[in-house]
Design a protein around this ligand. Structure first.
Ligand code: ZN
Ligand code: ZN
Length: 115
């Protein structure tokens, strides 16, 4: 595992939730942070899988977990964990944001919608 040279640690995340889900009124299970731009996307278990879609459409392969207590990096190109520098804060979504989230938009049968 080697540090990925494309990562820009100076860019703060766009906000507390998945960019596309927030715009569309959707929900997510876990969040992933693009390490090359501001994008926050939802994980591959989420209904819409916006983090991997962002990686595929932009060529930004490396995400960092945006979950509290998680500090790993994942490379969608190599399909493997990688390493990276400490990114600009915040390191995770707000602690009062539920998982799955966001509050008020998760259906009661959410587990049936996971991938
Ligand atoms: Zn999403
Ligand atoms: Zn990006």
């Amino acid at each position: 595992m080697t540090a990925d040279s494309h990562i820009d640690p100076s860019i703060p995340p766009s906000g507390p939730g998945c960019v596309e889900c927030t715009a569309a009124g959707g929900w997510w299970l876990h969040l992933r942070r693009c390490t090359q731009c501001v994008h926050i996307g939802c994980c591959d278990s989420s209904p819409s899988q916006h983090a991997s879609a962002h990686a595929a459409s932009t060529g930004h392969p490396v995400v960092r977990s945006y979950e509290p207590g998680e500090d790993w990096y994942w490379n969608f190109q190599s399909q493997d964990y990688t390493e990276g520098p400490l990114l600009a804060p915040p390191q995770h979504h707000p602690l009062d944001q539920p998982v799955p989230g966001p509050a008020g938009r998760v259906p009661p049968d959410w587990q049936r919608h996971l991938n």
